[in-house]
Design a protein around this ligand. Structure first.
Ligand code: CMP
Length: 138
């Protein structure tokens, strides 16, 4: 069944000029882009988005990094979109990411790992609505 997931092309990948290559891979892998925009989050916005990780040792580093520059937020549609996007991204730690995945090709560390993806349909809906209004989704 065709479903939605939420993705971010993170500040490291945008800084390196890899956003176009990543979008190309998204389209080549059969995702429909239903929403897409370039944003530069405040630290507060990043803290709200990653609230589930509040209290973890890497929370400050994560939210500082996510607000360190522009990123591309995406609403992606495909059959089984959550899993399909996680498969294309690869493991969170690029050292463990499989060949052919985005993190293998574009990520440099577990913190600066090029892309984010929702981990469930429920969280995909929450994450899409954090960044997109209904009018911004086609
Ligand atoms: P993401 O999929 O965006 O969800 C939470 C993020 O926290 C994760 O990707 C990593 O980039 C980051 N993260 C997880 N573990 C660590 C860690 N040990 N050190 C720094 N960042 C981390």
């Amino acid at each position: 069944m065709s479903t939605l997931t939420f993705g971010i092309i993170k500040p490291d990948a945008v800084r390196a000029g890899n956003q176009g290559k990543i979008i190309d891979r998204i389209v080549a892998n059969g995702f429909k882009i239903r929403g897409m925009k370039l944003i530069h989050q405040t630290t507060k916005q990043a803290e709200g988005f990653y609230a589930v990780h509040a209290g973890k040792g890497f929370f400050g580093e994560l939210t500082e990094f996510m607000s360190s520059g522009p990123c591309v937020v995406l609403a992606l549609e495909k059959d089984g979109a959550v899993k399909a996007w996680r498969d294309l991204m690869g493991a969170t730690n690029p050292a463990e990411a499989a060949e052919g995945t985005l993190r293998k090709d574009f990520a440099s560390s577990i913190g600066e790992n090029a892309v984010h993806g929702s981990d469930s349909d429920e969280n995909a809906a929450v994450e899409i609505s954090y960044f997109f209004s209904k009018l911004e989704l086609v």
